[in-house]
Design a protein around this ligand. Structure first.
Ligand code: SAM
Ligand code: SF4
Length: 327
């Protein structure tokens, strides 16, 4: 029986679970100096993840996204996907990845029950992609994405951060061409300011209005929204199979439809991407016998969820970068 409702009447049926803070890319806005180890406590194990996901599913959560850091640096990601997929009540298993090794891994993930794949591709220009991520792997990433489409992964999306260096009509047009014949949603995300990237943010942040104007002048119109849609507004065009969306975290009302909770790779429940601290769940992940107190701790924590983030006041909580808790 679903119990995950906060003090503002928002219902939570979606868990974003970080399974590692480690990443092999150096995206300029996230980990420009690469991953630096900050704590010795290990990341959640497969049995701990299994218990955690069962508890959330028991509270009405039906969609689980595995993220990070880069989730695919974990050798047991395939096993984790299977474990989440086999949890009664979970009908959507999602992964967000930089796609560095997707072509080799996607068959296994799909066989394990993957339903939703988000691949981060900030530019379809090889040089820009290399500059932003530190890796000259655009064609390998796109090969993996096409393999996901061949395998019939039900939902395939691209995440692209809007950056001054990589935003503009030429870049938007490349993505539009890409989705002409592919059932893929490209979602541009406005760059978010985090604890570590204040200077970068000042140089590179671009308002989503740039994209909105480009879309509207090209005949794209906002598509119909599903009841459980997240904060993206997706545009459709009669000549294109795919969609182009915008996630504008600085826009008015962004948090009103918040439908997700987060758990860090070391087992802390985070009520907001830009909150502080979090509620430790790990002591209740050791044994199946703790299932009920675990569910109670999660449900009770929701009373502390704030109405919204305070990014407009430059308050980023203790989030230094998004690799810390999964974006
Ligand atoms: N490593 C995986 C990836 O890049 O897809 C998963 C983790 S990453 C933190 C999740 C998403 O957050 C990516 O799409 C990334 O581009 C986005 N992201 C990271 N830092 C961001 C920022 N400061 N503002 C907006 N999006 C950001
Ligand atoms: Fe790694 Fe993803 Fe951060 Fe890029 S955005 S550095 S791929 S965690």
């Amino acid at each position: 029986m679903p119990r995950l409702v906060d003090g503002f009447g928002r219902r939570f049926k979606y868990l974003r679970l970080s399974i590692t803070e480690v990443c092999n890319f150096r995206c300029t806005y996230c980990l420009p100096d690469g991953y630096q180890k900050t704590a010795s406590r290990p990341f959640l194990t497969v049995p701990e993840i299994g218990r955690l996901v069962e508890a959330f599913a028991g509270l009405g959560v039906g969609k689980v996204r595995l993220t990070g850091g880069e989730p695919s640096v974990r050798r047991d990601l395939g096993e984790i996907i299977r474990r989440v997929h086999d949890t009664p009540g979970v009908d959507k298993v999602a992964v967000t990845t930089n796609g560095w090794n997707l072509a080799r891994q996607i068959d296994d993930w799909r066989a394990g029950g993957l339903t939703n794949l988000n691949v981060s591709v900030d530019s379809l220009d090889r040089t820009l992609f290399h500059q932003i991520t530190g890796h000259d792997r655009l064609s390998a990433v796109m090969g993996g994405l096409d393999r996901a489409l061949e395998l019939g992964v039900p939902s395939v999306k691209i995440n692209a951060v809007l950056l001054k260096d990589a935003a503009g009509p030429d870049q938007f047009a490349r993505f539009a061409d890409f989705v002409r014949d592919r059932p893929v949603a490209v979602r541009f995300i406005e760059l978010m300011r985090t604890g570590d990237n204040a200077d970068y943010f000042a140089r590179q942040h671009v308002s989503g209005q740039l994209l909105r104007s480009w879309l509207e002048s090209g005949g794209w119109t906002p598509g119909t929204r599903g009841q459980d849609d997240g904060p993206a507004v997706e545009y459709v065009h009669p000549d294109h199979l795919g969609r182009i969306g915008l996630i504008a975290p600085y826009g008015a009302g962004f948090c009103d439809g918040c439908n997700r909770l987060r758990v860090t790779a070391r087992g802390r429940l985070r009520l907001c991407l830009f909150g502080d601290g979090g509620i430790d769940l790990r002591d209740l992940l050791v044994s199946d016998a703790d299932r009920e107190p675990l569910g109670d701790r999660i449900a009770n924590a929701l009373g502390g969820k704030a109405a919204g983030h305070r990014l407009a006041d430059h308050i980023t909580g203790d989030t230094r970068h998004l690799a810390q808790l999964g974006g």
